[in-house]
Design a protein around this ligand. Structure first.
Ligand code: SAM
Length: 227
């Protein structure tokens, strides 16, 4: 059956605005610009605008739309920001961040680095982002993002899309002063707390818990599975 994805996208964004999850116009516009149906596997294309996680293979999911919006708002993304995402998955969220930090019609250009530990997913994110015209605004790296990505540090914002046992020290250290780190902290077998860490000084950080969430486990040196 024919699906009008533009219409479905508008409806879900409108419902997230009405629910107060999307607070800023720039976040709504970013979600309206990125075709989620082009990032998810063919079998889930028709469900692209159901506000729930969608399987992307390798036992992983791309996060629900309300979670994508919540993370963009919590990280206070804005044009010009340099962003690191830990957990690139299929590349969808990186494209949404890119539409906020480096919108086509804006002279201020930020950049998104997204790091993914599973090689097959890193390749898929790269392909998706290239095919959809994001390759100049998003760099995909294959590696352990629990260590951050020091080559491009420091960042205005770091967003971790997997559940971590704690706040990895390298991620805090790779924030600019004034930078924000958004990370789900807690056991991977139950709920986590979406946590906002703000670097307020050279050696000073403020941490607040924003609310409950559920993410797949963070792997790597500072994750649950220290491979
Ligand atoms: N942001 C993704 C998207 O737009 O599709 C969804 C991310 S999914 C919820 C979490 C991802 O984190 C998985 O793809 C998983 O392989 C990845 N991951 C887990 N531990 C990681 C690590 N240490 N470094 C990089 N990626 C990691």
């Amino acid at each position: 059956m024919f699906k009008n994805f533009d219409e479905l996208r508008k409806r879900v964004v409108q419902s997230l605005v009405e629910a107060g999850v999307i607070k800023r116009r720039i976040v709504a516009e970013a979600l309206l610009r990125v075709p989620r149906e082009e990032f998810v596997p063919e079998a889930y294309r028709d469900s692209a605008y159901v506000d729930s996680p969608i399987p992307i293979g390798y036992g992983q999911t791309t996060s629900a739309l309300h979670m994508v919006a919540w993370m963009c708002e919590a990280a206070e993304l804005k044009p010009g920001d340099k962003v690191l995402e830990v957990g690139g998955g299929c590349g969808y969220m990186a494209a949404v961040y890119a539409e906020i930090v480096a919108p086509r019609d804006c002279e201020v250009k930020g950049h998104v680095y997204t790091i993914e530990i599973i090689e097959g997913l890193a390749k898929r994110a790269e392909e998706n982002l290239r095919r959809l015209g994001y390759h100049d605004r998003v760099t995909v790296i294959r590696g352990d993002g629990s260590l951050g990505y020091s080559n491009a540090a420091p960042y205005d914002a770091i967003i971790v899309t997997a559940a971590s046992p704690g706040v990895p020290r390298p991620l805090k250290e790779q924030l600019k002063v004034g930078g924000r780190l958004v990370i789900p902290v807690g056991t991977p077998y139950y709920f986590q707390q979406l946590t906002l860490v703000r670097r307020t000084g050279e050696n000073e950080y403020e941490e607040v818990e924003l609310g409950g969430c559920v993410f797949v486990p963070l792997r790597g040196k500072y994750g649950w599975n220290r491979d």
